[in-house]
Ligand binder design. Structure first.
Ligand code: DC
Length: 228
């Protein structure tokens, strides 16, 4: 893992960091880690096994034994495609609950680090730059206002034909932010060495280009240092 280049993209729910991370990874031809999916899969597996989501030891056991495979556009849980199911609101809510449990985070740590293979990795989540890949060469904190994030989520849900209330969505987003930021292990926050990317008034292409430019600038500086 030492020599594998890593771009860590952390930030709150519905900030668009998943989309940006996927496009940056595609542009560079690198691997992608959607760490939120692992927390969502843990919650989904626990719900299916009727495990209480605040039973730390039991949920950590589920996390450690998680049978998942990330394939092109598909995520298999116990052999079945779960890519749709993990996006359900109830699973997102459950993910936020199991993510506060230190034993669950510990159980998922090595699984996340295993994604760091050549030629490089773009990892998105909450603690990619702080806990999982503290040596990442580029750390980005990608965010947007809660109004803007609610509006984006609203559009997605409406497109899926769901009837939703935008104020309720914004409230849920703010509640989840508060839980993710207040927890004692790996809280959501901008680390001192992470660059802030506020995408409130920014199209996704511009956000992707900004991250790529930051990466190319770093790579350029590194190659000049090697030449010296
Ligand atoms: O990014 P997401 O919405 O898929 O994440 C789902 C939940 O998992 C979210 O409430 C925070 C948690 N999470 C985390 O604690 N650490 C990560 N690296 C990724 C997600």
């Amino acid at each position: 893992m030492r020599n594998v280049p890593i771009i860590a993209i952390d930030g709150p729910s519905a900030s668009g960091k998943g989309t940006v991370a996927a496009r940056v990874a595609a542009a560079l031809g690198w691997h992608l880690l959607d760490s939120g999916a692992l927390y969502r899969l843990t919650a989904l597996a626990a719900l299916r096994r009727k495990v209480e989501l605040d039973d730390e030891a039991a949920v950590a056991k589920v996390a450690a034994a998680l049978d998942v495979a990330f394939l092109e556009g598909r995520i298999l849980l116990d052999g079945d495609d779960a890519a749709e199911d993990i996006r359900a609101e109830v699973v997102g809510e459950g993910a936020s609950r199991v993510a506060v449990l230190p034993a669950v985070r510990a159980a998922l740590l090595q699984r996340q680090r295993d994604f760091a293979t050549a030629p490089g990795l773009v990892a998105d989540g909450r603690d990619m730059g702080s806990v999982v890949f503290p040596r990442a060469q580029l750390k980005v904190f990608l965010t947007a206002s809660s109004e803007e994030r609610a509006a984006r989520r609203y559009k997605q849900l409406i497109a899926k034909g769901e009837s939703v209330n935008i104020l309720q969505i914004q409230q849920d987003i703010e509640q989840r932010d508060a839980r993710d930021s207040a927890r004692s292990v790996a809280p959501l926050r901008q680390e001192a060495d992470a660059r802030l990317l506020d995408t409130t008034a920014m199209p996704v292409e511009q956000a992707v280009q900004t991250v790529l430019n930051w990466w190319f600038d770093l790579a350029d500086v590194a190659s000049r240092i090697i030449e010296l």
